[in-house]
Design a protein around this ligand. Sequence first.
Ligand SMILES: *[C@@H]1O[C@H](CO)[C@@H](O)[C@H](O)[C@H]1NC(C)=O
Ligand SMILES: *[C@@H]1O[C@H](CO)[C@@H](O)[C@H](O)[C@H]1NC(C)=O
Length: 289
Amino acid sequence: MLYGWILTTWMDFVVSLLTRHRFPDPKSLAADLHLNGFKAIWMLDPGIKHEDGYFVYDSGSKIDVWIQKADGTPFIGEVWPGPCVFPDYTQSKVRSWWGSLVKDFIYNGVDGIWNDMNEPAVFKSVTKTMPESNIHRGDDEIGGCQNHSYYHNVYGMLMARSTYEGMKLADKDKRPFVLTRAGFIGSQRYAATWTGDNVSNWEHLHMSISMVLQLGLSGQPFSGPDIGGFDGNATPRLFGRWMGIGAMFPFCRGHTESDAIDHEPWSFGEEVLFCSSIVIIAFFWFKLE
Ligand SMILES: *[C@@H]1O[C@H](CO)[C@@H](O)[C@H](O)[C@H]1NC(C)=O
Ligand SMILES: *[C@@H]1O[C@H](CO)[C@@H](O)[C@H](O)[C@H]1NC(C)=O
């Protein structure tokens, strides 16, 4: 199946002028992609723009869903949309709130959801995440009210879980596709994962094999690296090789950072495109045999 990856945060999708300009009519965009045989995966990050009048911020504030600072006020940290608040997915109340927003989002023709930055990543901080002294008012059965150091490792998985449950609400007969960057033991119930922002070089191509095998041994079978590497430019030779190996990974996707050259099979000339096609055809051939 061909997937289109729509790199926008929910926030951008709704508010940012730039993205509104780029995606003025998401429903038609999705319909158009479907017509051309594509499925579209839309990105949702946990950082919600701290802005009165933005409906996600307003509805979350009304029922008090945000992670708090030690002093009991909502924690505000900077991510892609600017200053953001973060849903406290350790509470079932919050997961239901998020799930119902996801359900509505799906009705735009969204085929799958990609949860990124859910470590949670926070810019302009030494640790690249939120302070350990932040407060989660978690449900009793998972540990109750605790600081962030207690819940840090499960935050990403709980976000993926909540996203998965929202997709189920939208269509209970369809198996949701969620991709998550952060996970924990048990994440495989809710989401696929990839190996994060790896570098376009031979060493990372080599290591991607053991990373994916280790993830499999750890209970996460649905994983793969960004084919071609994320950070920096692949060469035609590196990309061609990575396609060959990448076709064998359960999660097979070319991707790269925005400042690098495109990492698609057709970005590197006819020879790489031809070899990539052969690899994919051979793969499906042997799979069907
Ligand atoms: C977080 O809570 C743990 C106990 O659960 C405690 O040991 C630790 O010092 C606390 N850390 C911070 C930064 O408040
Ligand atoms: C790939 O990126 C992830 C996330 O940044 C990192 O944890 C991992 O070590 C990287 N892999 C390699 C081979 O460096």
